[in-house]
Design a protein around this ligand. Structure first.
Ligand SMILES: [Zn+2]
Length: 102
């Protein structure tokens, strides 16, 4: 039997009668790192290709990892689900933390 717990509060969702909510977050770069820019079109096409290859070389594996799409999946209990949909990015929490530091 697959065991589910709430990823926020740790409540056991396997045996409880509460429904389980699944949150899926997908993150992808909002730009294409290999996109040919308009300025590039004025140049010699072979040079542009060479530049693109060079651009790839200058990207570290960390950069490439940051550019590749990522997915997150969380199980939430109804209580945490309710909190999550009100503030999916935790902006309220970040704001409160900022205040307490001042
Ligand atoms: Zn929870």
């Amino acid at each position: 039997m697959v065991h589910f717990t709430c990823d926020l509060c740790g409540q056991d969702l396997t045996t409880s009668a509460d429904p389980r909510f699944v949150v899926k977050i997908e993150i992808a770069a909002g730009f294409d790192p290999n996109q040919i820019r308009e300025d590039d079109l004025d140049d010699d096409p072979m040079e542009v290709v060479a530049e693109l290859i060079q651009r790839d070389d200058t990207l570290s594996s960390e950069d490439l990892a940051a550019l590749s799409p990522k997915g997150f999946r969380f199980d939430l209990c109804p209580k945490c689900h309710g909190k999550f949909i009100k503030d999916p990015l935790g902006r309220e929490t970040i704001r409160l933390l900022d205040f307490s530091q001042n």
